[in-house]
Design a protein around this ligand. Structure first.
Ligand code: OFO
Length: 169
């Protein structure tokens, strides 16, 4: 059985993951409207990944006999000045989510819930990947600057991303 405090914290994180998905869908729409289908695809995959993060936690909470209580999802931004501004927000957002995961693990440890600590380690690893992947995209975008040929090539590359749910989730 999971403690009330950790149950509430996990529900908070499910909401944060769903918000992340919502934010990335909004970013995908922004890129689609600017004829950058590759970037739009990358954001759509990112959104699917976040939905996976949310449902994985949802399933875990149920499995532990907790109570899933969904809250309203905040309205995501939908205006940015440039592709660089979008990716900078993704980088800031992922750093914030990493902090949320760390706080959640601290809560699990405070509650002496070792199963939850083990479960949450998956998210720690996932955040390392997430921050690295957006960091790489951000660096490339900075190198490209205002070069339209470079932008075209990067859009093609971003279009190759596919979302594959982890097998042993
Ligand atoms: Fe769920 O990792 Fe991004 O936010």
């Amino acid at each position: 059985m999971i403690s009330d405090k950790l149950n509430a914290a996990l529900n908070g994180q499910i909401n944060a993951e769903l918000y992340s998905s919502y934010l990335y869908v909004s970013m995908s729409a922004w890129f689609s409207a600017r004829s950058l289908p590759g970037f739009a695809n990358w954001m759509r995959c990112q959104a699917q990944e976040e939905l996976f993060h949310a449902t994985k936690m949802f399933d875990y909470l149920n499995e532990r006999g907790g109570t899933v209580a969904l809250e309203a999802i905040a309205k995501p931004d939908n205006t940015w000045d440039s592709p660089l501004a979008v990716l900078e927000q993704v980088a800031r957002h992922e750093a914030h989510v990493t902090q949320l995961i760390n706080d959640l693990i601290n809560c699990a440890l405070d509650e002496r819930d070792h199963a939850s600590n083990i479960f949450l380690q998956w998210y720690v690893t996932e955040q390392v990947e997430e921050e690295a992947s957006v960091g790489e995209a951000l660096n490339k975008l900075k190198m490209i600057g205002k070069d339209s040929a470079g932008m075209f090539a990067m859009d093609l590359e971003m279009g190759k991303r596919i979302f594959t749910p982890p097998v042993a989730a």
